[in-house]
Design a protein around this ligand. Structure first.
Ligand SMILES: [Zn+2]
Length: 416
């Protein structure tokens, strides 16, 4: 399909102003944002976004999960739309850019198309997925998950926040319960621009991350059973120390991850000791192992090896060991054609880039189940995200938006 000329750029100032205007809604306590899903602040952010979409001549549709779809018409009435977006909701102590950049950059893409009188064969739909963060209503990526058929609508509506309020009730309360059936829309393609939320791009001085995969993961919850005993009066030879087994397993998980390179990661992030007293050997230790890889066979091999070696470690010291899988995503391979479009767009614009794997989950990972999809990433300072101090530069923001603009117009088919 035809592509726009390489001299074309988005309006960097307008993009940045939109980001800063949105950041005024639901301010955090340390310079970031607290605009959690289906709160009054979320409603206010949605209204501001809607007003911008209307001013840009877009037609708003809302589905029964509260996801917003703002359409810029295409020339071919039969052509499926190109969807471009991310999420406006934030963590309770979130930053100004996680998710927000992807929605407002999509808006900037259509604003630039309007400025340049660009016509495309396919419509372009600026998308704000509801409840990506999952901080108030777990799990994360809830609306895109329903859209992709991963969850049912009833399941989503019954999710409760810590106060016991349900997703369904709160969606109605803030006035964003739409009429569209979730997932009824068919997509020609889906593109999402997001901050990296990791340190690689900045460390390597690359402006654009060309996202090829999203990592799959297993969360394995281990329960180790030892014997509670006095730390002073129990001889070393007579201990059944569940804490010792834990420490050997943590080391083993590190070894398994290191021996599964490239791109695999693994570690222990959460541990509960019982009784958790300084002079009692733990009788029980519960902890979770988080392992991730973009390669499903490798991911499953890591899981099998960790479970087998943990059983050996425990039996050698007489500790009981049981494992339960408490979380899982398959890895996602993004559409090679779209990935190539993003890479060529970065090259055409003279921007430094590298292929990268998303270590976090995103709406694009679910969208990839129902459409050709991919992502673009920009660096973030220190790799910091899910933090009020999250920061990106204006130049990074607009460089990735330029790539998004060229990739979207090419995918939507420029009509000369
Ligand atoms: Zn995000």
């Amino acid at each position: 399909m035809a592509a726009p000329g390489e001299n074309m750029r988005v309006n960097s100032d307008r993009l940045w102003d939109a980001l800063m205007d949105m950041a005024r809604i639901g301010p955090g306590i340390a310079g970031g944002n607290n605009r959690q899903t289906l709160t009054d602040a979320d409603a206010e952010g949605r209204s501001l976004f809607q007003s911008w979409c209307e001013a840009a001549g877009l037609t708003m549709g809302v589905d029964k999960m509260g996801t917003m779809f703002a359409t810029r018409a295409g020339e071919d009435p039969d052509a499926l739309p190109v969807y471009v977006g991310s999420h406006l909701d934030t963590q309770p102590t979130g930053g100004k850019f996680d998710g927000v950049l992807g929605v407002l950059a999509a808006l900037e893409v259509v604003r630039t198309m309007n400025d340049l009188n660009i016509r495309t064969k396919h419509p372009v739909v600026v998308t704000n997925w509801a409840n990506e963060e999952g901080a108030r209503f777990a799990p994360a990526m809830l609306a895109s998950g329903v859209f992709a058929g991963v969850h049912t609508l009833d399941y989503a509506y019954s999710r409760k926040d810590p106060e016991g309020k349900t997703y369904g009730d709160e969606l109605q309360r803030i006035g964003w319960l739409g009429e569209e059936e979730v997932g009824a829309r068919k997509m020609h393609a889906y593109l999402e621009y997001h901050i990296e939320q990791g340190p690689i791009l900045e460390a390597e001085n690359k402006t654009i991350g060309v996202v090829t995969h999203c990592q799959g993961l297993w969360w394995l919850e281990f329960t180790l059973t030892g014997r509670e005993a006095h730390t002073g009066s129990t001889p070393m030879t007579m201990r059944v120390n569940a804490g010792l087994a834990l420490s050997r397993i943590v080391e083993m998980v590190q070894t398994v991850a290191m021996e599964s390179q490239p791109d695999a990661v693994g570690g222990v992030g959460q541990v509960f000791f019982s009784p958790n007293s300084r002079n009692v050997l733990p009788g029980k230790v519960v902890f979770t192992v988080d392992i991730r890889s973009p390669d499903l066979a490798k991911l499953n091999a890591m899981r099998a090896r960790i479970e087998a070696e943990a059983a050996e470690i425990c039996s050698a010291i007489g500790v009981g060991c049981s494992v339960e899988a408490v979380g899982h995503f398959d890895p996602v391979t993004f559409d090679p054609g779209l990935v190539d479009t993003v890479r060529r767009s970065a090259e055409k614009l003279g921007l430094s880039h590298r292929d990268i794997i998303s270590g976090a989950g995103h709406d694009a990972c679910w969208a990839a189940k129902v459409a050709p999809a991919t992502m673009i990433m920009c660096p973030c300072v220190g790799g910091l995200s899910h933090n009020e101090a999250e920061e990106i530069s204006k130049d990074w923001a607009s460089a990735g938006c330029d790539v998004l603009f060229h990739a979207v117009v090419e995918t939507a088919g420029l009509v000369e």
